[in-house]
Design a protein around this ligand. Structure first.
Ligand SMILES: [Mg+2]
Length: 254
């Protein structure tokens, strides 16, 4: 069986830390060389697709900027699909370029887009977003993680601020990042129209595999990155296949 396309998680699946997973660049080159459309998936809201693509290329992956599918790119795809034009952005500066097709406004935006603004949050900033929601804007969250680890300790992530805005304005956010099924549906929709349904490949049984399944897509788990056999056993999700690494992917599709 040959997949119609591949949606490849990047962190922990194609590289771990600063190093490519051994054999992964050659495997992806081989598969793309066979004409299989590829998208590279990540939830990060801290880098633009250009930055991520050049990082992948430096490791030997055949990654054009347009092949990167990030949470901000998913948000832009969602906004375009919903025909939203006027937005207020609460995202790191590095991802602003992903929203250049939209009009940035402070007054009466149609959508408030929230990512990990980190230290740039203030009461005034949060309150502005709150008032825009009261004025009828829809709340779009790039992700809703509670916290993440930084060099000086655990740090509040975007989810805590999304929850504050949901509570204050009595609205519910549309989450476009993993593990939402919407992320995988939007990634699949970004593929060439003729492509058959894609297969998702990732190292996280919940965010990658369960998310793909919720979108009705087949999914392959790799034993690299954050893979733990105990997580797989404890999960109700069953991948379609489990392989040691992306290097073994071409062998699955002879
Ligand atoms: Mg991963």
């Amino acid at each position: 069986m040959t997949p119609g396309a591949l949606l490849l998680d990047i962190d922990g699946t194609l590289y771990v830390g600063d190093d490519a997973v051994p054999g992964a660049p050659a495997a992806v080159q081989l598969l793309q060389g066979r004409g299989i459309p590829i998208r590279y998936l990540t939830n990060t809201t801290r880098f633009s697709r250009q930055e991520l693509a050049s990082r992948l290329r430096a490791m030997g992956f055949p990654a054009a900027d347009e092949q990167l599918f990030t949470a901000p790119v998913a948000a832009a795809a969602w906004l375009a699909r919903e025909r939203v034009r006027r937005i207020a952005l609460y995202v790191p500066e590095s991802t602003l370029a992903d929203f250049r097709d939209f009009e940035m406004v402070d007054e009466r935006p149609e959508a408030v887009v929230v990512g990990d603004l980190g230290e740039a949050w203030s009461f005034a900033t949060l309150n502005r977003a709150f008032r825009q929601l009261l004025d009828g804007a829809r709340l779009v969250a790039l992700q809703r993680n509670r916290y993440w680890r930084t060099p000086d300790g655990l740090t509040l992530d975007a989810g805590a601020f999304v929850a504050a805005l949901e509570f204050g304005a009595a609205v519910q956010a549309v989450v476009v990042g993993k593990p939402s099924a919407e992320f995988f549906r939007l990634a699949a929709a970004s593929l060439p129209a003729a492509a058959a349904p894609p297969v998702v490949v990732g190292d996280d049984i919940e965010t990658d595999i369960a998310g793909a399944r919720a979108a009705g897509l087949p999914a392959i788990l790799v034993r690299t990155g954050k893979f733990r056999a105990s997580d797989l056993q404890a999960s109700l999700t069953r991948p379609d296949a489990v392989i040691d690494s992306v290097a073994d992917l071409p062998g699955l599709f002879p």
